[in-house]
Design a protein around this ligand. Sequence first.
Ligand code: 5GP
Ligand code: MN
Length: 340
Amino acid sequence: MEINKGQLDTFRKLIENASSIVLIPHKNTDGDAIGSVLGWWNLLKNKGYEASVIVPDEVPANLLWMKGAGEIIVYENNQSLAERKLREAGLFILLDFNDIERCGDMAEVIKTLKAPRILIDHHPEPDIRIASLLFSETEVSSTCELSFLIAEALQWEDKLDTHAAECFYSGVITDTGSLSYNSSAPRTYRVVGELVARGIDKDKIHKELFQSNSLERMRLLGHVLANNLEVIDNLATAYITISKDELDKYQYRPGDTEGFVNYPLAIKGMDISALFTEKEKDKFVKISFRSRSNIPVNKYSETFFSGGGHLNAAGGEWYGKLDEAVQRFRDTFPEFLSRL
Ligand code: 5GP
Ligand code: MN
């Protein structure tokens, strides 16, 4: 994979001409989204540029140790400040999503603004109206891997310090399940090697990311595995449901259900997994899908749950009741599989 020289020149020009740069990830942020915005935030600051980060909704607690996290503006918590910053921006860099609607309510504001937009992302089939300059590569593990490759191609490596490296490393690790999937390219390991060479404390990062759970989160995981896991044997499919009442009972915080969708796939014989989380009682269900090999859960989610994502990791939405979402899945998924 090569980064296009013409695109790099355009990138340099856009950055140099911008008075202030605003970095934006998708809503429901994860390690790759926050790792990429804060990695660039550190890198741009080290290069002497003025940059800020605006995120649509609250950042999971296990990502707040990254340098710059304290300066993140959360749109849903501070709409007036966020909107002012968005209006003042001379350039937007959008990270880890392929459709502006993934910014939630913030999308409406961004769409009205004239400042140029750059996209750096690894999701398939980006909406090309999202930005005037697109770095869109599906073969990389993560937006963080792609970000490192762009920084390297720009010859900005000397400004990629330990803090920026920690951020980019976190995105590669979280988007690959600690290098267990989506990570078969030797290039990914070269990038990891380059990041480790910048003096990051790898063990500390893994502890922050994966071993900083609240007791309530661990109890919620135990509860759903024991009581809410359903298996559809003949489809090699298993899924978990979580109601809003259960989220409340276990004092749900953003990020608490991150990774739950991977557990059903750990059962021998299962190739597809889903997680249905009722975020608003009787009104809104967030869904995650995971699969193995060439089962395109992104296509399924796009067709039946207004969603999208990657071949083997996708998400969607259902505006209605939890049991309706599950019923829709049970009604439509067998036929979807049979047509593959
Ligand atoms: P997760 O299940 O971890 O939330 O998301 C898995 C993948 O699906 C990510 O790449 C994420 O960006 C994408 N995704 C999650 N929810 C949605 C959604 O509602 N719409 C679209 N288009 N993509 C989603
Ligand atoms: Mn990603």
